[in-house]
Design a protein around this ligand. Structure first.
Ligand SMILES: Cc1ncc(COP(=O)(O)O)c(C=O)c1O
Length: 452
């Protein structure tokens, strides 16, 4: 029976029994003994293989991956063209170290990133292996290029867990607790989280107080412009709760940065590479960063990070910054094919499927008393779960319950922020798969509402 179903719809989930199954249980037991307990596993998924938006676990259960491996597999799991590019490159040259030698794959990817970067600005690229490293590169370059030390970042932001990136991260206390003094000179300021406006404004009356606070308070007190190298911002806040700022926020932020000779650094690690229905989230706001960080979706799952900067800024000399593995040939080959696929039709599909999903979810706050807000751009969609729509009291327990119940029904979603569900499926997601996710989530929301 299960077999028959599988043959009919290989693109939809099928759950064979209680989760986790026996093989998953055994692996989790080994994990608990030998793997760092600092990882945040929300439910017991033990992945074995993936194809497109479907992930199969070790017990043969199939799930619809509405996380894309946490916003990474932009082209879907194991896209045949990405696999072919990786295999071809691996058979030819796996590593040479771009720190010390040249190879064309790195040059080609730097050229391509420069070509597709937001704004018509000549760029240079420095490669690392992760989002955190891309941010480290951005921090170092901003300090080096300006000769200034201070950096302004936003509450709710997530920029990574290495000590420099962690200094900018202000998402959850547990990410910082116990790690002692971080980078000096980092100042945090409220993000334009309009559903919970930090100064109690309404969209109609908003005077972009979030930027006024930077201009009128921070730059005039703790971070004088002549000491401030950069403002680092996620164009759409990711781990903080999938929060989309208003366009005027970027207009004002750009003005303040320009007037004070402060660099604008965008963290496009989660919201970049087509996820929002444009190649870069910055393009929704016509904003042009001086430096931006890319990782996650860039190479469909191979480790790669890139710090992309204005060419006239990235003039540091040999030895100032590099990484042994950063931009290795196999990851670059995967990235070049990923970008080709995004340009062919996946960014467009992200815009189309994202609009479809959000349209179908438009009435969710009316239908489900625990849905405070549905928001997002393209396939970066947040559903904020509250106990009461009037008080907006956060309901992290209900959010977690929905996440768990969705898993049991074969849909993989994760949380973001304290009480938001995030949807970040692969950009090749189909309408039928979106329909499955919508139906499953509706059911979970209905059930959780009864517990609210
Ligand atoms: C916006 C943003 N920046 C940086 C990072 C850090 O990336 P990585 O985990 O690859 O170091 C993340 C990871 O979630 C992210 O979402």
């Amino acid at each position: 029976m299960v077999q028959e179903q599988e043959q009919v719809r290989p693109d939809l989930p099928s759950i064979r029994g209680p989760l986790p199954g026996p093989l998953a249980k055994a692996i989790i037991a080994r994990d608990q003994e030998f793997v760092s307990p600092s990882y945040t596993r929300c439910y017991p998924l033990v992945a074995k293989q993936g194809e497109g938006a479907i992930v199969e676990d070790v017990d043969g259960n199939r799930f619809l991956d509405f996380n894309a491996g946490i916003a990474v597999v932009a082209t879907g799991h194991c896209h045949p063209r990405v696999v072919e590019a990786i295999q071809r490159q691996a058979a030819r040259l796996i590593h040479m170290s771009g720190t010390d030698f040249y190879y064309e794959e790195m040059v080609a990817l730097a050229e391509k990133l420069s070509e597709i970067a937001p704004g018509n600005v000549p760029r240079r690229v420095s490669f690392g292996n992760s989002g955190a490293e891309a941010i480290e590169g951005a921090i170092k370059l901003a300090r080096y290029a300006t000769g200034r030390e201070k950096i302004i970042a936003f509450f709710g932001s997530f920029h990574g867990r290495t000590m420099g990136a962690l200094s900018l991260t202000a998402s959850k206390a547990k990410q910082r607790r116990g790690f002692g003094a971080l980078l000096p000179g980092v100042v945090h300021t409220p993000y334009p989280y309009c559903y919970r406006c930090p100064v109690g404004q309404k969209p109609e009356t908003c005077a972009v107080e979030c930027v006024q606070h930077i201009e009128k308070t921070i730059l005039k007190t703790i971070a004088p412009p002549e000491d401030t190298a950069a403002i680092v911002v996620e164009p759409v806040q990711g781990e903080g709760g999938y929060i989309v700022p208003p366009r005027k926020f970027f207009d004002e932020l750009t003005r303040v940065a320009e007037q004070n000779g402060i660099l604008l650094i965008f963290d496009e690690v989660q919201c970049g590479m087509g996820r929002t229905g444009k190649m870069w989230a910055a393009q929704h706001f016509d904003a042009v960063p001086d430096i931006f960080a890319v990782a996650k979706g860039i190479a469909s799952g191979l480790p790669l990070g890139a710090t992309v900067a204005r060419r006239d800024l990235m003039t540091w000399g040999p030895g100032a910054h590099a990484s042994t593995f950063g931009g290795n040939p196999v990851a670059c080959a995967a990235a070049l094919t990923t970008i080709a696929l995004l340009e062919e039709d996946l960014v467009e599909n992200a815009a189309r499927m994202g609009a479809y999903l959000r349209d179908r979810m438009r009435d969710w706050p009316a239908r489900f008393p625990i849905v405070g807000e549905v928001r997002g751009l393209g396939l970066m969609i947040g559903i904020e779960i509250v106990r009461d729509q009037q008080t907006k009291e956060k309901a992290p327990d209900l959010r977690d319950r929905i996440e768990q119940r969705a898993f049991e029904q074969g849909l993989l979603v994760l949380g973001a922020g304290e009480n938001t569900l995030r949807l970040s499926p692969p950009l090749m997601i189909t309408r039928d798969q979106c329909d499955f996710a919508l139906e499953t989530l509706s059911e979970c929301l209905r059930e959780a509402s009864q517990h609210g």
